[in-house]
Design a protein. Structure first.
Length: 92
């Protein structure tokens, strides 16, 4: 599902809101989620799951084209863990 499809689906369920209003709401939600994660905070949405930031350690990898070793620096990645309800729906 794309962002525009999400806005359209919300609009179908909430006809009293305009597409522009829904788009603004979705923008604020994703903006705050991004802001919290960039600050290193954990974001939990009950029934859906939780987002957290994890740091990957630096490592040595192999370039598949020339088989040479390459140093990969440490980096931060977003980790998602499904909530209990979502996990149950996926594995029903």
């Amino acid at each position: 599902m794309t962002r525009s499809e999400l806005v359209e689906r919300i609009a179908a369920k909430m006809p009293n809101l305009t597409l522009k209003e829904i788009d603004s709401i979705v923008d604020v939600v994703f903006g705050k989620l991004t802001e919290a994660l960039s600050n290193g905070d954990r974001v939990e949405i009950r029934g859906f799951g939780s987002f957290s930031v994890r740091t990957r350690n630096p490592r040595i990898a192999i370039n598949p084209k020339n088989k040479k070793q390459v140093e990969v620096p440490s980096k931060k990645m977003v980790h998602f863990k499904t909530g209990k309800e979502l996990h149950a729906r996926l594995n029903a």
